[in-house]
Design a protein around this ligand. Sequence first.
Ligand SMILES: Nc1ccccc1-c1cnco1
Length: 242
Amino acid sequence: MRIDVVTIFPGYLAPLRESLLGRAADAGLIEVALHDLRSWTHDVHQTVDDAPYGGGPGMVMRPQVWGEALDAVIASDSRPPRLVVPAPAGRSFTQATARAYATEQRLVFACGRYEGIDQRVVDHYSRQFPVDEVSIGDYVLVGGEAAVLVIVEAVARLLPGVLGNPRSAAEDSFSDGLLEGPAYTRPEVWRGQAVPEVLRSGNHGAIARWRRDRALERTAKRRPDLLAALPEDRLDAADQAF
Ligand SMILES: Nc1ccccc1-c1cnco1
């Protein structure tokens, strides 16, 4: 997979070259290219934003700069892109989104700052490629860069060969629609707290049941919305207690 990120703070995306993603890039599983939006400005101040039409607070990013940047970046590789624009008004980015993005040959991220990017940029490219405005949560960031780090990590870990243990991608939180329950490791007792007996019993059926119950309990308490969204056939008779 090829990933391009256009941003006015390329240094912010340096972590994409570290650890997990760094190894994946070295192994050629992911190709990450960072592009400084200001490279496509032509004035001495490298202006990327301007006052919003209709007035109001903040600044809007200019369409001309984004158009030249995205034209150049998209043309730099033959793989057809999905353009992803992190935005507070975007559709929610979920594990399902991550799974869908993991099937793409190429993702091009446009990192907006200030009050966003002139809408005509998204409208223009939507006529040529799939364009998604996505939100990673209901809070306000200064720009899209942090969201790109989140999205790229969630997507890259699903790519074959990126994770050491492929099973964990399939079994992690949200993959069965529930939150993961509590996890324990040695020592057996720590500050007077013992590991639940069942986990040391060697009874795999009982352990699986206990883990499912803890996941259902935690999901019912912390994310009842996830429980309500579960398809009927995903809950068996023993689950009905939640
Ligand atoms: N708040 C923001 C400001 C700028 C670009 C993205 C966001 C965002 C993305 N997901 C939540 O917020």
